[in-house]
Design a protein around this ligand. Structure first.
Ligand code: SF4
Length: 487
């Protein structure tokens, strides 16, 4: 059989091949970078990973560097289900044989069987179903430890007065000749081809090979998983990584199979090396959230991406779009934006509660916010960001995937971080020169969206709070005056 396996740049692990010696086609398309302005370090990571895989496979692979995929995708090809609608349409058009998706634990059949006939699609229900179906953290028919959800143990504040969590530092990445070539090529594309990137270049921070990814996985499970759980929602200005695994990028490049990650985490719990709340909290992110948003991407119609239930029509301002952290005085957002600018990565709480929360409060167009997250984060893909941003973070889907908007004022950020102490604003103040943009923004958001939110029973308390506010007009006026200026 002369059929070759076409591997996209997010299908780089051994589990995308049927046999270790199967002939492979890899294509590096430059046109991808002309269409969108990606983070420079994301472009570097993806190209480095693809080229490392080509080098590893040697003669087994044909590696083509072209303008478009179509130029190089010739002959009889099979491909594991691609991860975007555009890529799927392309492989169909080119006549490749499309196999079932790989790189996720649950299958589309699992998901459809679970979703059909349900009014509300909730991650928690999907996750429990997946744990049963795939026997993950189960003791017979019951969840390990007798409980499905240990979130309540995983919301600890950061340690007071500490600069960092003190978790062991992940193994460093050593760049090689391939990285040097990638960097030179990207410099040249910027200089000669008018291709633009966002964010700063910097040493590669994320795995580009399976060996690097496995080293990070091993180290995480041995040294960082235990403290991960309790502190997974906390933020410290001096410790952007805390005990997070940073495995989302290698997982989404296909370098790691989520099932192997889950099995190692469960083994660590079974051997007594890590507590259940840490193992469960981590597995919930992979088997729960990651698989869930993957399926939602395909399950919802393409128009889901332009959902806009809160009628948010504001434009994302340039300082935010360009990651201009130096233009910002609010300490939390300046620090988080700096993290995105310098690394293309911050963990899930700054994404949701600092960046996403700010965008939703200001009413920026949800599709544009999703696109920004997709382009600016090393682990961002259309399938990842659509439900995560449009649904969860911006609540633009009228509650199809979450029960209430993740809107919060400065009090949340103050509780879960050390940002507010050194900030020129005060999280308790909502009007005046010291008014925290999150606190003021929160009330202005509730006020503006009252008609959309008043029938949501989970929003009853905040809406009652809003009605009791005597200065709401002043807050709204002040936030309108702030407009798109950097806080
Ligand atoms: Fe952020 Fe407000 Fe705290 Fe400043 S006071 S760090 S703006 S939450």
């Amino acid at each position: 059989d002369s059929t070759r396996r076409w591997l996209f740049a997010d299908q780089l692990g051994p589990h995308f091949l049927d046999a270790p010696d199967q002939p492979v086609l890899l294509i590096e398309s430059k046109a991808v970078f002309r269409r969108r302005r990606f983070h420079r370090q994301k472009a570097h990571l993806v190209l480095s990973a693809l080229r490392h895989r080509a080098a590893e496979l040697g003669d087994q692979a044909e590696f083509r560097q072209t303008e478009t995929y179509a130029e190089a995708a010739r002959g009889s090809l099979s491909v594991c289900h691609p991860t975007s609608r555009a890529a799927r349409a392309l492989v169909h058009r080119l006549g490749a044989e499309v196999l079932d998706p790989r790189g996720f634990v649950t299958s589309p059949r699992d998901f459809t069987a679970w979703a059909n006939g349900r009014q509300d699609l909730r991650m928690e229900d999907f996750y429990r179903d997946a744990r049963r179906r795939h026997d993950v953290l189960m003791d017979g028919g019951d969840p390990a430890g007798g409980t499905w959800n240990l979130d309540a143990q995983n919301r600890e504040r950061p340690p007071r007065g500490a600069e960092g969590l003190g978790a062991a530092t992940p193994p460093e990445i050593t760049e090689d000749d391939i990285d040097e070539q990638v960097r030179a090529d990207l410099d040249r594309w910027e200089r000669d081809d008018g291709i633009e990137f966002v964010g700063r270049d910097g040493p590669r921070w994320f795995p580009a090979t399976r060996a690097e990814a496995l080293a990070r996985l091993r180290h995480f499970v041995e040294h960082r998983l235990a403290p991960f759980g309790p502190h997974e929602d906390a933020m410290l200005a001096g410790d952007p990584v805390m005990a997070h695994s940073m495995l989302s990028a290698p997982l989404n490049l296909g370098l790691l199979d989520p099932r192997e990650v889950i099995d190692r985490v469960e083994d660590a719990y079974r051997s007594g090396a890590v507590p259940l709340n840490s193992a469960e909290g981590y597995i919930r992110q992979i088997l729960g959230w990651r698989d869930f948003v993957w399926h939602l991407y395909w399950y919802f119609a393409p128009s889901y991406r332009s959902s806009n239930a809160l009628a948010a029509r504001g434009r994302m301002p340039k300082w935010f779009a360009d990651l201009d952290a130096d233009a910002v005085q609010a300490r939390c957002i300046a620090d988080v934006l700096r993290g995105v600018r310098d690394r293309g990565w911050v963990h899930h709480i700054p994404r949701l509660m600092v960046l996403g929360n700010y965008a939703m409060q200001r009413g920026w167009r949800p599709g544009a916010v999703a696109d920004w997250f997709h382009r600016c984060f090393v682990d961002g893909y259309e399938w990842v960001m659509t439900a995560n941003v449009v649904g969860m973070s911006q609540f633009a889907d009228a509650g199809r995937m979450s029960t209430k908007p993740y809107a919060s004022g400065g009090a949340y950020i103050n509780r879960m971080s050390d940002y507010c102490g050194g900030c020129r604003y005060d999280p308790k103040v909502r009007v005046g020169a010291n008014a925290c943009p999150y606190t003021a923004g929160y009330w202005a958001f509730l006020s503006r969206n009252e008609p959309h939110l008043r029938s949501n029973h989970r929003m009853r308390q905040p809406m009652q709070g809003l009605r009791r506010l005597t200065d709401v007009d002043a807050v709204v006026e002040q936030e309108e005056a702030r407009g798109s200026h950097a806080p």
